[in-house]
Design a protein around this ligand. Structure first.
Ligand code: FEO
Length: 405
């Protein structure tokens, strides 16, 4: 097994998980996910973040430890930056193998150690700015960064190597294989991870964007040479890239995002789709890039990522039983929960014997704080007049997006 040295006293250990099981029970991970842990050595040895018992992850962690001539029993301190079970699910087993290691977390984190794993002893609470002296000149500092991604979260800082152990923050979906560092991946691989970082951000972190901005400001004074998240690439060549990427994603929570349009559509018998095709012609005439997602065919995980990224949204759906097309209602509910706010939106759709989607959709959009272009609905199949009007609506939305600052 390859050893991933960050410095002569800091190593990245990682486990790749490939599974059909959904991440958090919600989000698909067809290209896997990595669970990264880190060893920091002074005279004492700290392990930062753990794994859950998930498709061989503990064995992978054990093998990675062996590759640096360590075993679980050698660990003096287990630092848990975040208690979500993807990083801690194997804690009780670890404790059996190593009863002496002190478990370190914030006060809220220690509460979760007790409630999730029923461990009551050998626990140490740390607060913002507290340090842990490993001996041999190696001192770790803890900074509380709440809601990245749960309230108990902290990051761990090794000033000597300039390594920031950030757990979920600056993370991504996607398994790593036998490489972990940013300079080991080519352009195409980086493009893949950029998409998976956006999807991870939109799915897992987006609701906490204010806290992302606070944490980036708080950590801004550190001379960060390596960003070491617990999912995804380890950034030693260009740590600023992933920090800036997260800052950009967080900024989209309160203002215009990219000058793009995310089209979300569903159609029962193709009549709404005929109208949508006209809207798309209008968007294309203005040259605004767009993504297109059919619900429920496409999982909302990807829909959410493009919605987060785009300043404009098109919702195209028929009326279904006097209300919204149900898969669209689900997508809008996820958008609300994930704080996809501040978009410009055009809604269109056809109805059969009577409308009804508009009323429900208008109420949903109010909760999302979206700015609507006047919606367009028609009965049955669209007429030539409808199609011309829909094309004009597409142009209208695209022009608004082009003009955004
Ligand atoms: Fe990777 Fe919020 O756990």
């Amino acid at each position: 097994m390859k050893t991933h040295l960050i410095s002569d006293s800091v190593y990245c250990l990682h486990a790749d998980v490939h599974t059909d099981e959904l991440f958090e029970g919600i989000w698909p991970i067809p290209d896997g996910v990595s669970l990264n842990s880190y060893i920091v050595r002074g005279e004492k040895i700290a392990l930062i973040d753990l794994v859950r018992d998930w498709i061989g992850a503990p064995q992978q962690l054990k093998d990675a430890l062996s590759s640096v001539n360590l075993a679980f029993s050698d660990i003096d301190y287990l630092i848990l930056n975040h208690l979500e079970p993807d990083h801690t699910g194997w804690l009780a087993e670890f404790r059996k193998l190593n009863p002496k290691a002190e478990i370190i977390a914030t006060a809220k984190g220690i509460n979760l150690v007790k409630s999730f794993y029923k461990i009551e002893t050998g626990l140490r609470i740390v607060k913002d700015g507290d340090t842990l002296d490993l001996g041999g000149g190696k001192v770790l500092t803890f900074f509380e960064t709440p809601n990245l991604h749960w309230p108990e979260t902290m990051v761990t800082w090794d000033a000597e190597s300039g390594s920031l152990f950030s757990c979920d923050a600056f993370g991504s979906f996607g398994a790593l294989g036998d490489r972990v560092f940013d300079d080991e991946f080519n352009e195409a691989e980086h493009a893949f991870f950029e998409k998976e970082t956006l999807r991870y951000y939109a799915n897992i972190v987006s609701s906490f964007s204010t806290f992302v901005e606070r944490a980036i400001t708080k950590l801004g004074g550190l001379d960060i040479k390596c960003v070491c998240p617990s999912h995804g690439i380890v950034w030693r060549k260009n740590p600023k890239e992933i920090i800036d990427r997260y800052a950009r994603y967080a900024s989209w929570a309160k203002g215009p995002a990219e000058k793009e349009i995310a089209i979300v559509w569903g159609s029962m018998y193709g009549m709404t789709k005929l109208g949508l095709d006209a809207v798309i012609r209008g968007i294309e005439q203005e040259g605004v890039p767009y993504s297109i997602h059919r619900v429920p065919d496409e999982n909302v995980s990807w829909v959410l990522a493009d919605a987060w990224k785009s300043s404009g949204i098109v919702l195209a759906m028929p009326t279904y039983e006097y209300a919204m097309f149900p898969p669209m209602a689900y997508a809008l509910d996820i958008f609300r929960r994930k704080h996809v706010f501040g978009k410009k939106v055009l809604r269109i759709g056809s109805w059969g014997w009577v409308g009804g989607a508009k009323k429900e959709c208008d109420a949903a959009l109010e909760g999302l704080k979206w700015e609507p272009v006047e919606c367009y609905e028609w009965a049955g199949a669209p007429t030539a007049e409808d199609l011309a009007a829909l094309e004009a609506k597409g142009r209208e939305l695209a022009k608004l997006i082009s003009k955004e600052q």
